[in-house]
Design a protein. Structure first.
Length: 441
């Protein structure tokens, strides 16, 4: 990638870009929520479309000279409808995932209305409900959960929906490794006349590739981020399905009005262009084949970790991610030690986790980025082996509930991982391995 102008005008920022490129090229990125955008998508983000202000929607702009911006937005919408069958209306203007989700609340609910969603502690997300989100201040939250086997408790969910008669029901979770029960939950929500929204941020790419059942035939509204496994620029989309437009023809305009002017103003035109480019890529056969390989790699890695005596949530995975039990070491040890070895993933709670959200007992990892770098099943053997080696190296460190003792253990632990030669050797192996799979050839 050429950054000659930046190198000349701002060498300091240029060096930061180079450092980040090197970091991505030489480490194993297993954190869910991240992906690799194509060079075409990145080039689209550099275009002078960023210069143009385009308040309102295509063919309805307040400012003049937006005819090419209109074409870009209409093209993105057209391609989104091809990628997501049964979708009747698409809004591609949300700046990101959070305003996309918030627009659904604004369009369908009023302050004080009841909303049903999956419990945050059962892998829900802060953008929907918790004290850290504005949604907590406005709506009456009733939450459903997962069962002891970590599947959504459909019996409890049905009971909650029938008893509370919510205005809106959400279906989604950020660390759910099984298929989502869109049809089952939507059927009960329809009984009470509730809007049904599916947040498919983590699985939209699977749905495009027909690797995961689509919510479109069952729900009314679909939201997604565009920067996870879709490999798109950072942004969001809100889609209204044919199902609900037959019942409420005004829903599409309510969504559009919620996004503009209620929640945000002029769209990011370069971002819309990049979304259109990414959608074109998502419609190609190689995108679908790559996504199928992601799931193959995920299932293979899950099996390998299981064979190495790691416990997994629901003992398996249907999609791209998995949760692995590290209660023996707690995340603070595993995550930090793996990071020193050049392998990045993240901590995560599970339902009824005996630990806290800041020090949970599980880690979350996935396979999209390594697959986007053309790694296959046999390469997952190496990743599983390195994770096991790191866990063995830190097996003497035990988490303590006592604050002073924990402080002492952590000081000892950080000194250990900073100086341990075995971790340094693993990092060298990881780097050499990663360089065989360049991100941008």
């Amino acid at each position: 990638m050429n950054f000659d102008n930046l190198k000349t005008t701002d060498p300091f920022c240029y060096n930061l870009v180079q450092k980040e490129i090197e970091r991505q090229e030489t480490t194993l990125e297993l954190i869910p929520s991240e992906c690799i955008a194509s060079l075409s998508v990145i080039e689209a983000l550099w275009t002078p479309f960023t210069n143009k202000y385009s308040e309102w929607y295509a063919r309805k702009r307040y400012y003049w000279w937006n005819e090419f911006v209109d074409e870009v937005e209409e093209l993105a919408i057209e391609r989104a409808k091809k990628a997501f069958p049964w979708v009747a209306h698409v809004n591609v203007q949300p700046y990101s995932w959070s305003p996309a989700n918030l627009s659904v609340y604004v369009a369908t609910c009023r302050p004080g209305d009841t909303v049903v969603w999956q419990s945050l502690l059962d892998w829900w997300h802060l953008t929907h409900w918790w004290k850290a989100s504005v949604t907590w201040s406005f709506f009456n939250s009733v939450q459903y959960h997962v069962r002891e086997d970590w599947y959504v408790d459909l019996e409890e969910t049905a009971k909650i929906i029938r008893e509370n008669k919510p205005k809106l029901v959400w279906i989604w979770a950020s660390a759910y490794s099984r298929f989502f029960p869109f049809e089952e939950i939507a059927k009960v929500a329809d009984e009470v006349g509730a809007y049904v929204a599916a947040d498919i941020a983590h699985i939209s790419w699977l749905i495009i590739s027909w690797v995961h059942p689509s919510p479109a035939p069952y729900v009314d509204i679909i939201t997604t981020t565009t920067h996870k496994t879709l490999r798109w620029p950072r942004g969001g989309m809100v889609m209204v399905t044919e199902k609900w437009l037959k019942k409420d023809p005004e829903l599409a305009s309510k969504i559009d009005k919620a996004i503009f002017p209620w929640l945000q103003w002029g769209p990011h035109n370069h971002q819309t262009l990049a979304i259109a480019v990414a959608l074109w890529e998502a419609l190609k056969p190689e995108f679908i084949e790559s996504n199928k390989q992601i799931v193959k790699n995920s299932k293979y890695l899950a099996e390998k970790l299981h064979n190495l005596w790691f416990e997994l949530v629901s003992w398996w995975t249907d999609n791209h991610l998995m949760l692995v039990n590290v209660w023996k070491w707690r995340w603070v040890f595993m995550q930090e030690a793996l990071d020193k070895a050049g392998i990045t993933l993240n901590k995560n709670t599970i339902p009824k986790d005996p630990a806290t959200a800041f020090s949970p007992s599980w880690i979350r990892l996935w396979t999209p980025i390594v697959t986007m770098r053309w790694m296959k099943e046999h390469d997952m053997d190496k990743i599983a082996s390195w994770i096991k080696k790191v866990s063995d190296l830190i097996s003497d460190f035990k988490y303590s509930e006592d604050k002073e003792e924990r402080k002492s253990i952590l000081e000892w632990f950080y000194k250990f991982i900073d100086s341990n030669e075995d971790l340094k050797n693993i990092k060298k192996e990881v780097k050499e391995f990663c360089l065989k799979f360049p991100i941008y050839k």
